[in-house]
Design a protein around this ligand. Structure first.
Ligand SMILES: [Zn+2]
Length: 246
C-alpha cells in the first residue's frame, strides 16, 4: 500500500505521481500557485500549514495543465538558437539583428561599431561570457532612463534597475524598489522590454498576479496582452545558452 502524505506541507521536493514538485511555503499566501519554469521545474507556492493531501489533490486536478506546459517547455528548448562565434553570425540587440565580426585590434573585447558587433580575437575562448557581459553593460546604460519614465507614469517606487542572469525569468523585483531584467531580454524589441519593465514595476505595488495587478499593468500599457503574447513567442527564440541561465 502506498504511503499517503499527510500533515502540513513542508518546503522542498514532493513527488506526486510522475511529477516532482518543488514546494515553497509562503505564510501570507491564501491559495496554491503552480508554475512550470522554463527548465521544466514545477513549483507549488503554498500557504503555511496547508495539508499535504490537499496539495496532492490540487496537483492531480491540474496535472493536464502541467503536462501541457511541460510539453511547451520542451518545444521551446528546441527552438533556441545555438550561436557560433564566427564572422557573420547574427546577434539581436533591441530587436535588431547585428552581424558579428571577429577582429584583432579593438580596445574592448566586444563593441557595437557601425552596425557590427566586434569581438576581439583573443577573447574567442570566452566569447559567450564576453557577449553576455556586453548585453549586461549595454542594457545597464539603456534601461534606467526607460524604467524611470515608466516608473514615473505608474508612480512606482523604483530605486534601481540591474541587468543580470535571472535563471528562467525575464524580470524580477524586490521589496526595496529594485528591478532586475534578464540580460537575454535585451535581445527583444524595445516595446517588449517595456512590457517586462511595466510588469515588474507593477509588482512594486503588488507582489501577486491578482486582478488588481493586471488592472495596474493595463492602465500603464493598454495593449499589454498583445505584447505579452509576443514575448511568449519571441522569448522562446532568444539566444539563451545552456549554462548561462543561472
Ligand atoms: Zn509577475
Amino acid at each position: 500500500m502506498a504511503v499517503k502524505p499527510s500533515g502540513p506541507v513542508r518546503p522542498g521536493p514532493m513527488q506526486v505521481g510522475n511529477l516532482e514538485i518543488d514546494v515553497v511555503v509562503v505564510p501570507e499566501r491564501g491559495s496554491v500557485r503552480l508554475t512550470v519554469e522554463r527548465d521544466a521545474r514545477i513549483t507549488a507556492i503554498v500557504p503555511a500549514g496547508m495539508d499535504s493531501a490537499l496539495l496532492v489533490h490540487v496537483v492531480k486536478r491540474r496535472s493536464r495543465w502541467i503536462y501541457d506546459k511541460l510539453e511547451v517547455r520542451v518545444e521551446d528548448a528546441a527552438l533556441r538558437p545555438v550561436k557560433q562565434f564566427v564572422t557573420g553570425e547574427g546577434f539581436l540587440y533591441l530587436g535588431r539583428n547585428y552581424r558579428l565580426r571577429i577582429v584583432d585590434e579593438v580596445p574592448v573585447p566586444v563593441g557595437l561599431v557601425r552596425g557590427r558587433i566586434l569581438l576581439r580575437r583573443d577573447c574567442l575562448d570566452r566569447a559567450q561570457e564576453e557577449l553576455i557581459a556586453w548585453y549586461r553593460h549595454r542594457g545597464g546604460s539603456w534601461l534606467p532612463k526607460r524604467a524611470e519614465s515608466w516608473a514615473q507614469r505608474m508612480q512606482a517606487p523604483l530605486e534601481n534597475v540591474a541587468v543580470r542572469r535571472l535563471g528562467y525569468r525575464w524580470g524580477s523585483c524586490n521589496q526595496n524598489g529594485g528591478v532586475n531584467i534578464h540580460w537575454a531580454t535585451m535581445q527583444l524589441p524595445a516595446h517588449l522590454v517595456d512590457y517586462v519593465l511595466v510588469h515588474e514595476l507593477a509588482h512594486l505595488h503588488r507582489q501577486d498576479h491578482s486582478a488588481e495587478f493586471w488592472a495596474a499593468v493595463a492602465r500603464a500599457m493598454p495593449d499589454y496582452q498583445q505584447r505579452r503574447a509576443r514575448l511568449d513567442r519571441l522569448g522562446a527564440h532568444l539566444w539563451l545558452p545552456e549554462g548561462a541561465q543561472q
